[in-house]
Design a protein. Structure first.
Lengths: 315, 461
């Protein structure tokens, strides 16, 4: 009797879930088709293009096989782009996450003016990155606000010791251009990261904190033993989005350093390199190869992160 | 089972995020007209040298330009052969500013008068002209006529998006010999012509009258005199006598003056590794080292025109587009325009854009009629009477006083860019290394070693 009951129940579930799956797919059919055609489809098409000599008007001319990839992997400027983007990612992602988490914890605490701070911290994220970058360029000029401020605060001896003169041109010097753009992006995107963390923070049950308080845990312990580990799905999401964003660095580099990533390719990123290949050198097949390589890098990075943060996220 | 679906869904989401650009950097092109401030702010440099007069023009609404165009047009129009066609034509170009668009409209009106079968609309392509036009031409959505900038002309020709013009030129008896050779070359490939230069700009030397007088220095005419003048200016208290932009579109003029260049004359081999080019680079870098010259970013200015306008330097090497900038932004600074000092030869660089049309042009007869009118002696006379740019034809008279100073330089001008498909890579490699060297982090060898592989790669394409 018991056995029959189980069979009947599983049949119901299977039957029910079958219809549900159908209904589900029917409901998402239109966006799904658009996604398959416009996203997956164009990725596959880019893969095809990268294998041919491809004219923008004439289409495929001649089969090249892997020639574009060989050229790409031996190109010095591309190496520079990879180096820049990896450096950028390794600095920006941890700092962005740390700053985002810090802001989220501050905003999540029951303090006066919570709403104001939440809006204020998020503000840089909604301002246009082009506008902010242009503003940032002015701030970092030799006669700009930043140099003026550090002089007024009497910090110049410190900067002098680090090798920066009082009129250092931060974005026009190859050694500090990328660092400046990193600082800019850590600041502008920390608001977005804060928002993601804030959402995760609010999923943590109050009971856990209450239990911790009863056990006599102080704020420091509560954060490191409870908040931080329970934010694991949040960490995964924030890290993934942040890494993907960092690997796709483009607009700030383009506005800050022009299409060749001035000075001397110090702001050359993979997407900027792709843009140059496609629209300045009009080498579409080569640009497609760059896109495929970037896709593989982003995809690989995401898979690695999945391994690092555990296999099944809690959402 | 659910986890499996979850994984698939998540991977799909992440792939979407990867493509759609969530997070920090959206791969969207920057807003229209956003100046890439740090590198090419004056506009006139690498990306759009011939667009520069355009920018300058928009800042110079009071220039003689607005009233000038009429007098050229009043001359009895010689019978222009409009051909058999008719229709509504569209001319596409980059944003030009009100003054330039007004002048262009006048020229288009006289075309409509000369060829009553046609009407012409001017369509402004907002934002990034090159990428927008590329996608339009690639998808067969071609306007009847459009601008092609010199910097990427060779790449566009290689893509097959420009209609070869030789048959039309032969059939109509259009006279190419009136055009300066250096202006035509970027629009020719394997003996075919794909575009006709609509106008031109050239580099000259601008000197600050007062600073030269107070240092008792004559305007230098040779490289030796230039060096001596810079030293004397420095002696007299000018901290930075010269503005040297660290890019081929400026330095190239002096490299040619030394007898060097980027490519051999037949564009089949590198010339940047020649002893003459190396000597020029040595000299250029020495001037930075001795404090006789600075790169605009080192002075915290956008371009050398600003440096001469703000009297930070006494000598600059810029194109005729500084004229409107000087007369509107720095009207009190007295300066003189002279030829770039000569070394082994007298040389300068030229920048231009051409009119061209696509093999997909819906009305080829109309495209050719409009193209040949705008680049005819009559059409170009009317256009350049606007006072913004120089003609690309030797038989067109220059009316504007400031431009008259630059007009003679056309005789010895070399094309400043766009000599090979892949030119932008050559230029980027050169400019990057030169800029580093200007900051003291490199030598002539470094510049040559960075540039030669790019030239070889471009030649191999």
């Amino acid at each position: 009797m018991a056995g029959g009951g189980t069979r009947r129940q599983s049949w119901v579930i299977r039957y029910g879930s079958g219809r549900e799956i159908f209904a589900g797919y029917a409901l998402i059919a239109i966006p799904l088709v658009l996604f398959l055609v416009l996203n997956i489809g164009s990725i596959l098409f880019a893969l095809v293009i990268s294998g041919f000599e491809w004219q923008i008007r004439g289409g495929a001319q001649e089969f090249l096989g892997l020639a574009n990839y060989e050229r790409l992997l031996s190109d010095r400027t591309f190496h520079k782009a990879i180096y820049n983007v990896v450096t950028y990612t390794l600095w920006v992602v941890p700092l962005q996450m740390a700053l985002g988490l810090l802001l989220a914890v501050i905003v999540n605490a029951k303090i006066r003016g919570q709403t104001f701070f939440r809006a204020a911290f998020y503000f840089p994220a909604i301002a246009s990155s082009a506008a902010i970058t242009v503003l940032f360029i002015f701030i970092m000029q030799p006669e700009g606000l930043f140099n003026g401020l550090r002089a007024a605060l009497g910090l110049n001896p410190l900067f002098e010791a680090l090798g920066f003169g009082p009129r250092h041109s931060w974005l026009a010097t190859a050694s500090t251009a990328l660092g400046s753009i990193m600082a800019l992006n850590i600041w502008t995107t920390s608001g977005t990261m804060m928002l993601f963390y804030l959402a995760s923070l609010q999923t943590i049950s109050r009971e856990v904190y209450e239990a911790a308080r009863i056990d006599g845990a102080n704020a420091w312990h509560t954060f490191w033993r409870i908040t931080f580990p329970l934010l694991k799905p949040g960490h995964f999401f924030v890290a993934t989005v942040s890494v993907i964003g960092a690997l796709q660095l483009f607009d700030q580099a383009y506005i800050g350093g022009g299409s060749n990533g001035d000075p001397n390719f110090s702001l050359m990123s993979i997407v900027l390199y792709l843009y140059n290949a496609a629209f300045r050198q009009v080498n579409l097949d080569y640009a497609a190869a760059v896109g495929i390589v970037l896709f593989m890098i982003v995809f690989g990075a995401t898979l690695i992160q999945r391994q690092l943060f555990g296999r099944s996220p809690a959402w | 089972m659910t986890t499996r679906y979850g994984v698939v869904l998540m991977v799909a989401l992440l792939a979407f995020a990867a493509c759609a650009g969530t997070g920090t950097a959206t791969p969207a092109a920057p807003a229209a007209g956003t100046p890439p401030v740090a590198s090419e702010p004056g506009g006139p440099a690498t990306d759009a040298p011939s667009a520069a007069p355009t920018n300058a023009a928009s800042e110079a609404p009071t220039e003689g330009a607005s009233e000038a165009p009429t007098d050229g047009a009043t001359g009895e129009p010689s019978a222009f052969d409009c051909g058999p066609g008719s229709g509504d034509l569209t001319l596409a170009g980059f944003s030009a500013g009100n003054v330039e668009e007004g002048i262009l409209r006048d020229v288009l009106d006289s075309f409509e008068e000369a060829c009553p079968n046609y009407t012409v609309q001017f369509e402004v392509i907002a934002g990034e002209y090159g990428p927008v036009m590329l996608t339009r031409l690639g998808s067969g959505d071609a306007p009847d006529l459009f601008y092609v900038q010199q910097g990427y002309s060779q790449d566009w020709i290689a893509q097959g998006i420009l209609q070869p013009l030789d048959d039309r030129i032969d059939a109509s008896g259009f006279d190419l010999s009136a055009f300066y050779e250096g202006y035509l070359a970027p629009f020719q490939q394997d003996g075919q012509t794909y575009g006709i230069p609509k106008d031109s700009s050239v580099l000259g030397m601008q000197t600050n009258d007062e600073m030269l007088a107070s240092a008792e220095v004559e305007i230098p005419t040779t490289i030796e005199e230039l060096e001596a003048a810079a030293a004397a200016l420095k002696e007299s208290g000018v901290e930075t006598p010269m503005c040297f932009a660290a890019e081929y579109a400026r330095a190239g003029a002096l490299i040619h003056a030394f007898g060097g260049g980027m490519l051999t004359e037949d564009r089949s081999a590198s010339l940047i590794d020649s002893p003459e080019s190396r000597a020029a680079l040595d000299w250029y870098l020495q001037a930075y080292q001795d404090g006789l010259a600075q790169n605009p970013p080192q002075m915290g200015v956008d371009w050398c025109g600003q440096a001469i306008g703000e009297e930070r330097v006494a000598i600059a090497f810029e194109g005729n587009w500084v004229g409107p900038a000087m007369s509107t932004t720095y009207p009190d600074v007295a300066y003189t325009v002279s030829a770039i000092p000569s070394g082994a030869e007298q040389a300068t660089l030229s920048f231009t854009a051409a009119y061209a049309y696509s093999p997909d042009s819906p009305n080829p007869d109309g495209s050719w009629a409009l193209l040949s009118y705008l680049t005819s002696q009559q059409g170009m006379q009317e256009w350049t009477n606007g006072g913004l740019v120089l003609p690309s034809r030797s038989d067109v008279e220059v009316q504007d006083e400031t431009l008259q100073n630059y007009a003679p330089f056309a005789e010895f001008a070399y094309a400043g860019e766009g000599l090979l498909p892949g030119w932008s890579q050559i230029q980027d490699a050169f400019n990057g290394a030169l800029r580093n060297a200007a900051d003291g982090n490199g030598t002539t060898d470094d510049i040559v070693n960075a540039t030669v592989p790019a030239i070889e790669a471009a030649l191999a394409q």
